[in-house]
Ligand binder design. Structure first.
Ligand code: ARG
Length: 467
């Protein structure tokens, strides 16, 4: 980054003294907005083509501008572009370089445009690309979870409420729950994309421009659905950034909850799973340790992403119309949310297929904690006992089991009949874990047939996605 205060500012005309050196650094955004270079150049090329299309500039001028911008893009990609703090931001850095390269024709590019509609356009183009990448990453994670669910379709584990053993479920069913949450996350991002994909260009500084521009033409070139309907709104609001960051915070919240499970499950106390070594680290002092760093970090990073959402809401809420420099502060939280979410999805999608499942331990845990107590109550109801009475009867049987250190299935028929004379030998079918699962045989339930049907529909859904 060069700090060339002697460089003339594109807006220097009305100023009599040069910018204070610290203020120059304080107000510059080039340190972070240089990542918008591709979108800034794409926006400028489309703008130049539109200017030529309506006759504001001549075709050869347009060609010089477009060629110049493409050369600049190649320079940047080669690492051959020195960003200047004196030129404040990505827009002026590129425009100044264009003028340096192609001369006076370059000065015509900014006709009918302002940095206010330019930056809003760049950000929307950038975010649209990132949403597409994130949607694909979400799909990759869902596919990884589906593969795991299919592999573990018959693995029985305890389902929990209050982190207490509640009822047996299959691990496949459990994984399908996460797939559903990620499905809503995906749909939220797609929905957000529709509102991102609207073009601010033409709004200029705030009121529009006196030139006979063709906004529909530019919008079509850039793949926007339409030009923004109101120029003041187009340059001022960043609700699309906030909406994205909200959707990102929700995905991270889901990944954080998921992480919490992986951390618990990989502990010696649960011992349900083994995380692959390559996703863990050791301790510098305790030789036995293998720490679940990846899920811990994802859980930790979810806090940052929520913080970014709150920052942006606070950034926006006090601003009168239209553009205010405050909005320059929208980029770092947005970039951070994009990067953090992308990294977290990537590491999860890479890690999940390599998860080792300790099926015996899961089954053992499902046998503990009287996970089929509800099945016994339901059995009594089918034999004519009202549910509330059945609940009371099974509660007493559970207390007996605790006192004698026996699961319900380990009680003899005689012992069980002490609690209710309606109990027959067929009771043992409902007290098995397999019986408990098979009984929940309706769409959305954990019965193996239902889980397989749910997997089929997820597979179809994922295959029919565009991205
Ligand atoms: N760097 C600025 C931003 O990020 C670009 C727009 C500046 N507009 C202005 N009128 N100063 O928002």
């Amino acid at each position: 980054m060069s700090d060339d205060n002697a460089k003339e500012k594109p807006w220097g005309g009305r100023f009599t003294e040069s910018t204070d050196a610290f203020v120059e650094a304080f107000t510059a955004s080039i340190g972070f907005d240089h990542r918008l270079y591709r979108h800034d150049i794409a926006g400028s090329i489309a703008h130049a083509r539109m200017l030529a299309h309506v006759g504001i500039i001549r075709e050869p001028e347009c060609k010089r501008i477009v060629d110049g911008l493409e050369d600049i893009r190649a320079d940047i990609e080669r690492g051959d572009f020195a960003w200047s703090v004196a030129l404040e931001d990505i827009h002026m850095n590129i425009e100044a370089r264009l003028i340096e390269r192609i001369g006076d024709t370059g000065k015509k590019l900014h006709t009918g445009r302002s940095r206010n509609d330019q930056v809003a356009t760049d950000l929307r183009l950038y975010l649209r690309d990132e949403i597409d990448i994130l949607c694909a990453e979400l799909g990759r994670l869902q596919a990884a979870l589906l593969e795991l669910a299919e592999r573990e379709a018959d693995t029985i584990m305890p389902g929990f409420t209050h982190l207490q053993v509640a009822m047996p479920v299959s691990l496949g069913h459990h994984m399908l729950a996460w797939i559903e949450m990620l499905e809503r996350d995906y749909l939220r991002l797609l929905d957000c994309r529709r509102r991102v994909n609207v073009m601010p260009l033409g709004a200029a500084a705030l009121a529009g421009t006196s030139f006979p521009i063709d906004r529909v033409y530019t919008a079509r070139l850039l793949g926007f659905d339409a030009p923004a309907a109101n120029s003041l709104d187009a340059v001022s609001d960043r609700d699309f950034v906030i909406e994205f960051c909200s959707a990102a915070a929700l995905v991270m919240m889901h990944l954080s909850r998921f992480s919490e499970e992986l951390i618990l499950w990989s502990s010696a106390q649960f011992n349900f799973i083994e995380l692959p070594d390559r996703f863990c680290t050791g301790s510098s002092i305790m030789p036995q340790k293998k720490n679940p760093d990846v899920p811990e970090l994802v859980r930790g990073k979810s806090g940052r992403v929520t913080g970014n959402l709150v920052s942006l809401l606070m950034l926006m809420k006090g601003q009168p119309l239209a553009y205010n420099k405050d909005n320059q502060e929208d980029k770092e939280p947005l970039f951070d949310s994009v990067d953090t979410l992308k990294g977290s999805l990537r590491v999860f999608a890479d890690m999940m297929p390599a998860l080792e499942v300790n099926r015996e331990q899961m089954a053992r845990a499902a046998h503990q904690g009287f996970s089929t107590a509800t099945d016994l109550a339901d059995y009594l109801v089918r034999k004519g006992t009202p549910f509330r009475d059945a609940h009371e009867i099974v509660g007493r049987a559970v207390r007996y089991g605790i006192e004698n250190d026996k699961d319900l299935a380990a009680l003899t028929l005689e012992e069980l009949q002490d609690f209710s004379s309606s109990i027959d030998a067929d009771v043992f079918e409902v007290l098995t874990l397999e019986g408990s699962l098979a009984a929940r045989n309706h769409p959305g339930g954990t019965a193996p047939a239902q889980v397989r049907a749910a997997m089929d529909s997820v597979r179809t859904r994922l295959a029919n996605r565009e991205s």
